[in-house]
Design a protein around this ligand. Structure first.
Ligand code: HEC
Ligand code: HEC
Ligand code: HEC
Ligand code: HEC
Ligand code: HEC
Length: 217
């Protein structure tokens, strides 16, 4: 048993040490999910919300500043706006023009995508009230997912002024979020080395550990 543990440890040290101190060791596991962009149950667009509407990332992902996890907002956060915004401005404008042309009253326009949000939170567009608060939520699919034996802490990076985009790419242009970085150990280490080299003006006076225990339980 002890022997087994020791050889695992040596093995880990060799692989990890190779990644840290060697230049050309490439442990790019075939399972890298780079480019992964699952179709979500509701067509939420970062391009619309973070690009056009310029809503701050932290408005929805407030965990990123204070905790290891950025978190995904609850459907109630969406309702702060979507209790009033039932469709895109374009869809609403078209209905106004049609109603004027046909000389009739305005009808309520509810986008089919926003209807999914209402169904999830039990909001009725007939009574304009919460008819059923069974606490359902939207079931978002995970895009990024590190193995369980790796510890990553958002707040450490966000407080050190590493922009979300450095790791996640230009999310504010994405219709569907896609995994930008390969999330390999080499990727983490390469940046930590860059931080410690003192050469990068973005990381002046910062130090990011290369010790195994910092990233591995
Ligand atoms: C209005 C709320 C809202 C805003 C603002 C927002 N997001 Fe999101 N974000 C979401 C929701 C909801 C999801 C889950 C659905 C999806 O993946 O599109 C998500 C998913 C993500 C994911 C993928 C999560 C995973 O499963 O791995 C990343 C990365 C992300 N957002 C980064 C950002 C960044 C960076 C910004 C700012 C440029 C931002 N978000 C702004 C609501 C928001
Ligand atoms: C700060 C206000 C705000 C928040 C918070 C917000 N939205 Fe929106 N959302 C809007 C506005 C405004 C539009 C219309 C933009 C346009 O027409 O260009 C919109 C558009 C949409 C649309 C597109 C509707 C269509 O059919 O074109 C969907 C879907 C949507 N939002 C879902 C969500 C979800 C899900 C959340 C929560 C994760 C969310 N929104 C949070 C303001 C918000
Ligand atoms: C140093 C790189 C880095 C930075 C900077 C970063 N992220 Fe992440 N993000 C990651 C990694 C790695 C994961 C996967 C974590 C996991 O699977 O445990 C992740 C996961 C996420 C997720 C999925 C949910 C979660 O909590 O794990 C969201 C949402 C997200 N990031 C949003 C953001 C936002 C918003 C910012 C900026 C405020 C940001 N990230 C900054 C690397 C980064
Ligand atoms: C783009 C650069 C960059 C990437 C990529 C990056 N980091 Fe970091 N990391 C930093 C910086 C900068 C700090 C904080 C330095 C400071 O606080 O002075 C840091 C700090 C940390 C810390 C706190 C360590 C300490 O010294 O106390 C951990 C843990 C960590 N990172 C894990 C990870 C993991 C795991 C990944 C990959 C999934 C990763 N980082 C990817 C730049 C990065
Ligand atoms: C800055 C963060 C960080 C540090 C420091 C770090 N690792 Fe890793 N390590 C990771 C990440 C992230 C992965 C997951 C890679 C993946 O899923 O592709 C990983 C994966 C591994 C794996 C599995 C093989 C693989 O590539 O999937 C081993 C073994 C490992 N690390 C050992 C070590 C050892 C030993 C050390 C110290 C010499 C070390 N690591 C230091 C972040 C780190």
């Amino acid at each position: 048993m002890i022997r087994w543990n020791v050889s695992i440890l040596i093995c880990l040290t060799l692989i990890g040490g190779g990644l840290i101190y060697g230049r050309n060791v490439n442990l790019n596991v075939p399972g890298s999910n780079q480019g992964f962009a699952p179709q979500q149950p509701l067509a939420f667009s970062h391009r619309v919300h973070s690009g056009d509407l310029a809503i701050d990332c932290l408005y929805c992902h407030f965990g990123a500043e204070k905790s290891p996890r950025a978190g995904i907002p609850a459907a109630n956060t969406c309702m702060n706006c979507h209790k009033f915004v039932m469709a895109s401005w374009e869809q609403t404008k078209i209905e106004e023009l049609n109603a004027a042309e046909e000389k009739r009253d305005l009808q309520l326009v509810v986008s089919p995508e926003i209807k999914k949000l209402y169904d999830a939170v039990g909001y009725s567009t007939e009574s304009l009230a919460y008819a059923d608060t069974t606490g359902n939520n939207l079931e978002w699919l995970r895009v990024h997912d590190l193995p369980d034996f790796v510890f990553f802490d958002h707040s450490r990076h966000v407080i050190a002024d590493v922009a979300c985009q450095t790791c996640h790419g230009a999310v504010e242009t994405m219709e569907t979020v896609s995994q930008e970085s390969d999330l390999s150990m080499g990727w983490c280490i390469e940046c930590h080395r860059d931080v410690n080299s003192g050469d990068n003006p973005d990381f002046q006076g910062k130090y990011a550990s290369l010790s195994c225990a910092v990233c591995h339980y």
